[in-house]
Structure formats: structure tokens, C-alpha cells
Design a protein around this ligand. Sequence first.
Ligand code: KG4
Ligand code: ZN
Length: 344
Amino acid sequence: MVVLGIESSCDETGVALVEASGSAVPALLAHALHSQVEMHQAYGGVVPELASRDHIRRVLPLAQQVLAQARRGLAEVDVVAYTRGPGLAGALLVGAGVACALGVALGKPVLGVHHLEGHLLSPFLSQDPPQFPFVALLVSGGHTQLMQVDRVGHYTLLGETIDDAAGEAFDKSAKLLGLGYPGGPALSRLAESGDPVSFRLPRPLLHSGDLDFSFAGLKTAVMTQAKKLGDQLEARKADLAAATEAAIVDVLVRKSLTALERTGLQRIVVAGGVGANRHLREQLDAACAKRGVRVHYPELSLCTDNGAMIAMAAAMRMQAGVQQARADYAFDVKPRWPLDALAA
Ligand code: KG4
Ligand code: ZN
């Protein structure tokens, strides 16, 4: 079964082809991505209307590209999968509309995927896929959640952010430091040359006793420090970036360890854009190695949004028998859609 996956929930257009046979982990045949980062940079963030229009321009050429790469024809596609939510409504509608149009034209069924489930299952695209059950740390631009994943479609929310997401904390702090958009990778690069203990920044909810997160206060603390520094900010920017990164990573690692202790699980999967952060990987790897816990990440190139994770999630849901592709082409999108509300 060949699945064509389309991702268009935010500022990347991703298309991929995945093949599933029997109960084996589905294989990635090809994937292609167009990032809109350059287009949105001038505005300091994602402009939803521009995002939708650009998805329209990119999605079909990307589909042709992955088919050529995989040496497959459109007629060989068995199912067309798309991101149904959460995300920007207009952007989601492009992927859903194109997927359904392709489905109708090819006479093939379609399947709407939860974007976060895509991230969650993306480590299955790696050379060393995890085994169920595991704890998942989902850290993207809009979400920060710890989930217990028992099997495909069975997700229990253990804790989540009560305000900003970890990616948002990276992005907003980066903006305060004049690093532009998207801030996460830029702040992380600058942090390499800074001293993480040069500033004392808060670790919100670290000792709250639950698995929830709060990052809004951190952004305010960064702003206060930046104001205090005044003229000296430029010279101390790398230190402040390093201290910010350390505070975010510290909380993410400690709460992940608590989630592992509480669930008694010995495996953790890290997914979402912030999962690309080198510091987070190093800290989590070191802490988990001490406890004999296995850590799984998606390939670095598949940490941020992509079509491969959407095709993969669709293939795995069908394999597990929790969802079938449909040919009524009555699509909707869900800009807000909690992952644990996903019907198994
Ligand atoms: O999963 P993703 O691509 O999109 C969403 O679904 O939100 O995540 C994007 C987020 C952004 O906040 C970006 O700044 C952050 O991931 N990010 C990083 C790094 N790479 C991406 N944050 C810290 N360090 C990185 N290396
Ligand atoms: Zn994402």
C-alpha cells in the first residue's frame, strides 16, 4: 500500500510517499519539503494568508517531485493522506482540498491525520524505530506535552504547558534578542558561544509536583534582563541566549524524567521542532543513559514539519486498524484539536 502524505498546517509544505506492507514498519520512499521561512521573515512571524497561498503554489510540484524521486506514477498511490489539524485553518484547507481532489481524480480514498500524531510517530521513520509503549515529549512551536503512548491511537496526556509552548519560548526570547524568525535555531546557535550560568533565569513549575509546564514567565525574565543590560546587551547576548536555552532544556529534561518514573516506562520519544535542539538531546541522553532508559528521536531533517510523518501516521493507523481511508471526500479541518481527543 502506497500512501501519499501532504503536510500544510503552518509554514512548510511537505509531501512524501510511504509504502506499507503487512505489519512491518512502513518504509519512506521519498519526501520533499518547501519552507516558507524566507517569505515570512520580513514580517517577523508567519502570515497566515501568505502561508495558504504559498501552499497552493508548492503542493503539486512537490508531489510530482516525490513521485519522480520514488520512480512511481500517480496511479500507484493507494491512499492520499493530509494534515487535518491542528494548525492554521486556511493552510490546512489547502492540503485537505488538494488531497481530496487527488483522491477523486484517482478514485482513491483519503485520510485526515492529526499533525501531532505525525510528530509522535516520526521516530518510526528512523533506522532504529522505538517499540510501544513509550513516553513521548512533544515539543513544537505550538505545543509542549508529555504523553503516554501505549500503541497507535492510544495516547494519554500526562502533562502540558499551561501557557507558552517550548518552541514559543525559544522564538519569543530570540525575538527579544533581535534574532528574527524562526528564533529557535538562531538562539540555539548563538547559545553555543555563551555561558549558561551567567544569568539566573526561572525554571517555572519545576517543583510543581505535576507534569505541566509554563514558559510565559521565562520570556518576561529574558525581557527584564535584556532591559537591565541596556547598552551591554550586545556584548552579553550569547550568555543570555545560553541561559535561556539552559532554562528551557532543564525543565523539559526534568519533567521527562518524572514522567518516566511515574509511568514506569523505559523508553522516551522526543518529537517536534524543538527536538532538533542539540543541547536538549545531549542533556536528555545523559540523564536517560544513567537510568537505563532508551531515547528515540526522529532523523534531524524530520524533526520539524514534513510530509513523511503524515504519510507514516496514516499508514500506521490503517495498519493498526484504528482508522480506514474514506472515499466520501467530505473533508473538514480542525485548527484546534487536542491529541488525546483523537478517537482510536
Ligand atoms: O514542529 P515544528 O516544526 O512546527 C510546529 O508544529 O510548531 O516546530 C517549530 C518550532 C519553532 O518554535 C522553532 O523555533 C523550534 O521548533 N526549533 C528549535 C530548533 N529547531 C526548531 N528550537 C530550538 N532549537 C532548535 N534547534
Ligand atoms: Zn509541527
